[in-house]
Design a protein around this ligand. Structure first.
Ligand code: CDP
Ligand code: MG
Length: 710
């Protein structure tokens, strides 16, 4: 569907020979250039066409072609660029040009130009520490300084050292902080692609704006009514906000005076279906003005032509780590000066002189920090520390980072990993740690899956982990919110969101196959997201089934397994031996774990009537599932402080609130203890995806943590 690009008009095409010469001559080069100059879409092709495949190309020992990889910080960009390049080369995606992102790998034996996220490349290094199949890695959007990108920098440097000239590195960046990159890569030469840029005049508001979404809408409408031709790009923070703004704009369009033409509103954020993302590249019909509402994806990852006006709300959602609690929260924060000027305002000056309307004051701009803090300095390191240990990098603090992470954060990550026995006391990775790295998810979620396997509820846990790692299963824009709330209430389980998602999915599966799309529509659920989740389920289930795990699982849950399966009821404490109970209650009481699990399986498949008591009661109450969740998320737990009438995290005693999207939000009686998947922070800290748990479940799950050895 992408329109074939007039390749010759891109600034990089004029520099092709020079770029190729530079890469040929040097093991590492840095290339900087304006967004939209053609770096991402063209340079990987030059590397393949003019360097790697030249003279028949070289092969690895196992006879495979040596290829070029180009990393992207965002999935969306990897997918969209791969499709665009495949289209330019008249091939199908997955053949000569392919992409690999988490849970979605289209690359094949035929793939020569591979776009992949930096997280995926990190995983590929775990499987192939020398990256034998790559002759060149292009690290794109290096200015983004993602956590994985920064770890890759160090790892690739040592691979480059070992492999010498047969392994090339190209670092591409949008802004001019190239010296730091060059210094890191042995003073690599810097190539600059000169694009055409035009002046951009910048307007600030006189007063601070209370509601930037409202301010954005009225600014957009003013531009539309008063300013000459040219498209508008507006930066907001996330899907919900963007969809709301779109709806309001469409409503207001109807109120425009007759002599004002209509406009076209398009959206761009990572969870948007691919076909809809592509629309931003199409010209507006009948010369209407195009208005694009986007997250920071549109800063540099996705270059759209024709923008003359930029509206900048000045905020972004980013992950921030709290050392005290060891928790990471998605937080709305101010952008940096570099981001505001280079990456946002700059988007207005690609075709002609443009204008940038900032929804904040000039004083507020002056108060912004100069540069965005690299992710490695502000995020949780649990996952990457485990990956590094798996690669044999035991002394994380001595690793060759471009910017070192805060020692405190490294220590915290190591502590956490030791607590769950993924690392031993010497900080070395254990068999459990290695197993956790098999899963392309956070170690804590992988832990849930393994424990669930030990408890015989892996099927349920896989569903829950997949459903929570898929964004926005319920349609949540203000428009459909009421309907979504009603439907959510239909599946709501008193034990929380995890059980609710599970029961929603089970209901979906019970609906006739050919009617599932309609089923989703009537239940305000995104069919596409459920299908995505199913794909993730299949992959997680496969990894889980790959190994027996018997020893690991014994060590993890051991004797408790028996005890859990014989509990008397939800939160119950009775652990009477099954023999006694059998005698007391009669022989037909199902009590052997296997029998119970068989019955549960039957229940799941609708072959047994639902009884709200006894064994089924325990299973229907999702006790085992919630116990498994405790093993992974025990650090993300909060208790209800009745005195203060609010929740506080167990670690660090931070005030937290139940997110309005949770089924526990409207509960009159507040559950006294909950665990949760994530925290988002706007004006308050909100817990998302919660389950009600019991104190002794947490103690069982993490005795070293909750009841340290005397
Ligand atoms: O990487 P850089 O910002 O230098 O530019 P690029 O991403 O290679 O984009 C070059 C051109 O291709 C721009 O005009 C984009 O609008 C266009 N493009 C497109 O039309 N469709 C895509 N999926 C990706 C890029
Ligand atoms: Mg690019």
């Amino acid at each position: 569907m992408a329109t074939p690009q007039k390749v010759q008009t891109l600034p990089v095409t004029e520099a092709r020979d020079a770029i190729v010469r530079m890469i040929r001559k040097n093991q590492a080069v840095i290339i900087v250039g304006e967004t939209g100059s053609g770096k991402t879409t063209q340079i990987p092709q030059y590397v393949w066409d003019d360097i790697l495949s030249a003279g028949g190309g070289s092969k690895t020992e196992d006879g495979k072609s040596i290829i070029v990889g180009c990393t992207q910080p965002r999935r969306v960009a990897a997918v969209s660029v791969a499709r665009h390049v495949a289209n330019q080369r008249h091939v199908k995606v997955g053949e000569e040009v392919g992409y690999a992102v988490r849970f979605d790998d289209t690359s094949s034996a035929k793939t020569r130009i591979k776009f992949l996220t930096d997280g995926i490349l990190l995983r590929e290094i775990q499987a192939d520490p020398e990256l034998k199949h790559y002759g060149c890695i292009i690290l794109d959007e290096a200015h983004e300084r993602t956590l994985h990108g920064d770890v890759l920098f160090g790892l690739l440097k040592s691979i480059a050292r070992r492999r010498g000239k047969s392994f090339k590195i190209v670092v591409m960046s949008a802004t001019l902080n190239a010296e730091q990159f060059s210094k890191f890569w042995w003073d690599a030469p810097i190539g600059v692609v000169h694009g055409r840029t035009y002046p951009v005049s910048i307007m600030h508001t006189i007063e601070p704006q209370a509601d930037y979404v409202e301010a954005a809408i009225s600014t957009i409408l003013q531009i539309h009514e008063k300013e000459e031709k040219g498209d508008i790009l507006c930066f907001l923070t996330g899907q919900e906000e963007i969809e709301d703004a779109k709806r309001i704009l469409m409503d207001r369009m109807k109120l425009l005076p007759n002599n004002v033409p209509d406009f076209l509103v398009l959206t761009l954020y990572s969870a948007l279906p691919y076909a809809q993302q592509l629309l931003v590249f199409e010209p507006a019909p009948r010369g209407e003005r195009k208005i694009i509402l986007a997250t920071n994806i549109a800063e540099t990852s996705i270059a759209v032509e024709g923008i003359k006006y930029v509206v900048d709300a000045g905020v972004v959602k980013a992950k921030y780590f709290n050392h005290k609690t060891g928790m990471e929260a998605l937080t709305e924060v101010d952008i940096s000066k570099a981001q505001a000027t280079g990456r946002r305002a700059g988007r207005a000056g690609r075709m002609t002189a443009g204008k940038c309307f900032r929804l904040y004051t000039a004083t507020a701009f002056e108060a912004l920090s100069e540069n965005t803090i690299p992710e490695i300095r502000r995020s949780s390191l649990v996952s990457v520390v485990l990956q590094m240990k798996n690669l044999g990098i035991d002394k994380v603090l001595e690793f060759e980072f471009m910017d070192s992470p805060p020692p405190k954060a490294v220590i915290k990550a190591e502590e956490n990993l030791m607590l769950v026995r993924a690392l031993n006391r010497d900080g070395k990775i254990t068999a459990l740690g290695v197993r956790l790295t098999d899963f392309p998810i956070e170690p804590s979620s992988a832990m849930v899956l393994l424990v669930a396997k030990a408890l015989g509820v892996s099927h349920e846990a896989v569903i829950v982990v997949a459903m929570t790692s898929t964004e926005n299963i319920f349609l949540t824009s203000r428009e459909s919110k009421e309907g979504a709330d009603r439907c959510k209430a239909m599946f709501a389980k008193s034990s929380g969101d995890h059980a609710t998602l599970l029961s929603l999915y089970q209901a979906y599966k019970r609906s006739p196959k050919d009617q599932r799309k309609e089923w989703c529509e009537t239940h305000c659920v995104s069919h596409r997201q459920i299908q995505k989740a199913e794909d993730i389920m299949a992959q997680l289930a496969a990894i889980l089934a790959e190994r027996e795990d018997d020893q690991l699982l014994d060590a993890l849950v051991g004797a408790k397994r028996r005890q859990y399966l014989h509990r008397s009821g939800p939160g119950g404490h009775a652990t009477e031996p099954p023999e006694d109970r059998k005698r007391r209650r009669g022989a037909d009481e199902p009590d052997a774990p296997q029998d119970m699990l068989d019955r549960y399986t039957a229940l799941r498949h609708g072959q047994l009537a639902v009884e709200q008591s006894g064994v089924e009661g325990r299973l229907i109450d999702f006790e085992l599932l919630r116990r498994a969740l405790c093993y992974g998320y025990y650090l993300q737990s909060a208790f209800f402080n009745a005195k203060l009438n609010m929740y506080e995290t167990i670690v660090g005693h931070l005030p937290v609130h139940i997110h309005p999207s949770s089924v526990l939000f409207n509960r009159r009686k507040k559950p006294s203890l909950v665990i949760f998947n994530s925290v988002v922070r706007t004006t308050k800290r909100y817990m998302k995806d919660l389950s009600v748990v019991h104190e002794d479940w947490l103690k069982d799950a993490a005795p070293q943590f909750f009841a340290p050895a005397e």
